[in-house]
Design a protein around this ligand. Structure first.
Ligand SMILES: [Fe+2]
Length: 283
């Protein structure tokens, strides 16, 4: 058993916010040997190729000819030269490498006693690492998982928006999202800006990002490394399935009520959708 990764005041803050509200937290993973740039370059070599997305970046103005990198930087080279403008690397499902799986399970295991009494069993534990050059932006989107974003190197500002605001995203967008019919990035309108709240994090700090809370991210002016630890739950699966069931009702001309926010469990519609899915599978 490792020493506590989350100090008592962070556990308290997380317990007060989970699962519905974003909150700033702190963590004790700084200096962890699996999270140095060298270790992450080795992780990139160990992960299956399809779990890696990267952009080697653009060259700065006025670079000396001898400093021009090869045009086809590998992911490992990109990680080692992450200060270069416009470059970024996303290492996905890091739990496919045993040492990282252990780390992910250890970190999430320390929050299990807060999470499971509220949203049920923690399932589909997945970890992602984002290595980004100064100034990069992650566009406006939402994610289906419970998520804590832990900052390891550099700074970033995440601006989060209310989950339940259907003036921003209609029930139909939620439904299509869960059926895989909607693009990950969401449309942005300047009028949304006033509804957002920004949370700034640096090394040793973290953000709890509620399921499907829309957000966008601005990196600071130095390279950034963040670890995202995610999980699904009985509650998040039920919300997703209730949305899918509503989509079916809408197709036959009804206007179903949207799933109610936590602590509602949306079980009736979720069970109905699971029955429909079973019938479809049997057909
Ligand atoms: Fe995200």
């Amino acid at each position: 058993m490792q020493p506590s990764i989350f100090p008592p005041e962070t556990r308290e803050a997380f317990a007060a916010a989970y699962p519905a509200r974003p909150v700033k937290l702190t963590h004790g993973l700084l200096g962890h040997p699996l999270l140095t740039l060298d270790a992450l370059a080795r992780l990139a070599e160990a992960l299956p190729e399809h779990e890696i997305e990267y952009n080697p970046g653009t060259l700065p103005i006025g670079i000396r000819p001898e400093d021009v990198p090869k045009s086809d930087l590998t992911v490992t080279e990109t990680i080692r030269s992450i200060g270069q403008a416009g470059s970024w690397v996303a290492l996905k499902r890091i739990e496919k490498v045993p040492a990282y799986r252990e780390l992910l399970h250890e970190v999430l295991g320390q929050l299990r006693d807060i999470v499971e009494p509220r949203t049920g069993q923690m399932m589909q534990l997945e970890g992602f690492i984002f290595i980004t050059s100064p100034g990069s932006v992650t566009p406006f989107h939402f994610d289906p998982e419970h998520n804590i974003l832990l900052q390891v190197m550099g700074h970033k500002t995440m601006t989060l928006f209310p989950v339940e605001d259907e003036a921003m995203f209609s029930a139909e967008i939620h439904e299509r999202y869960h059926l895989g019919l909607h693009h990950r990035n969401l449309s942005w309108y300047d009028a949304y800006a006033e509804k957002g709240s920004a949370i700034h994090i640096g090394p040793g700090e973290a953000i709890h990002v509620p399921v499907k809370a829309p957000h966008w991210v601005q990196n600071g002016d130095e390279p950034s490394v963040s670890l995202s630890i995610t999980w699904r739950s009985d509650w998040s699966y039920a919300e997703a399935d209730a949305r899918a069931f509503n989509h079916m009702l809408r197709k036959i001309g009804l206007s179903p009520a949207s799933p109610a926010p936590f602590p509602a469990r949306n079980l009736a519609k979720a069970l109905a959708w699971r029955a429909v899915r079973k019938l479809k599978g049997a057909a």
